[in-house]
Design a protein around this ligand. Sequence first.
Ligand code: SAH
Length: 377
Amino acid sequence: MNTGASAKINLLGLTRQQLEAFFAERGEKSFRASQLMKWIHQQGVTDFDAMTNLSVALRQRLNQEAEIRAPELVTEQCSADGTRKWVLRLEGDNAIETVFIPESDRGTLCVSSQVGCALDCTFCSTARQGFNRNLTSAEIIAQLWFARRALNDSAESADKITNVVMMGMGEPLLNFNNSVAAMELMLEDFAYGLSKRKVTLSTSGVVPAIDRLKQVIDVSLAVSLHAPNDELRDQLVPLNRKYPIKELLAACRRYIDGKNHKHTITFEYVMLDGVNDSVEQAYQLAKLIRNLPSKVNLIPFNPFPGTGYKRSSQIIIDRFRDILQQNGLTTITRRPRGDDIDAACGQLVGKVQDRSRRAQHFMRLEQSAIIEREASI
Ligand code: SAH
């Protein structure tokens, strides 16, 4: 390990306010922060010596005390549909995945917030990897920083990233401060300047953190609902046992209250064959969220090795969508993207040194299932 390098402050993940404080401590004017942010985030420059509008003395000082360090690329894959997936290596032999999804009118980057995930949603492959640690704000924003450079290098315009969704690996509200800092950089004019409607945080429903989020930043909120009642949601999203649907929806209501009337909550609903896709469940869902300004994203389940779930058929998904629409809910079905390179929702696994021993737990479960199957033959 290079202890010299790790003693330096990584400026990549610092918000404008934090950078201003960094410069103030060194007797520098606050506009140095915006200058530096432009170099880092807009120009992609990591070498202080190339930052020609900083004095030579300041550059020398930065070289001694600071660095701009992003994770390294492990692999890049491009799907037949244009979706790109990057695997980035982090310290501690972990890796995370970042996905870019181009569409005709926009380009969405799906960003991870944790190495693995501590929640245990039964239909998500990230859950099986277990949990290792929170990403730093530098590691979160580095995914956007890196993707813009990679798209530039491939002759695709970096401006293609118009939207960012915190929907990769992990639960962003359980890595609150770092996720917020990274999102501040996404919105910051001297960094990425994205519109607040185009930065979306997706959560499984950490109720107190939804309230805190509203106090500190204005971004769009997506909620992974997946079930129209507590009995089923308790099974699919175990966090529901702590924060049941009624409390979650009340928090959603508080989140948009007082904001401009166009503000809506996006509910994500993964379509699981025979589990949450019936006519009755569609009506139940419509009734549940009808009075909240919201839209529903139906996500066809993306399978992964070892899962017991299946994707609902197209006919069933369409039937579900029609019922929601007839009940006045804006509903779209998300097209699975990048599933040929395992880049679709719920397929991101990275490389997680599991500290929760979840992976071993699942391996044991799978092994005992195999033993049971073999014993029954
Ligand atoms: N923890 C956050 C963000 C990560 S998940 C959250 O739960 O919202 C991003 C989205 O992908 C969620 O809506 C999640 O439920 C969905 N998802 C997870 N596994 C999936 C799978 N196998 N197929 C389709 N969607 C899945």
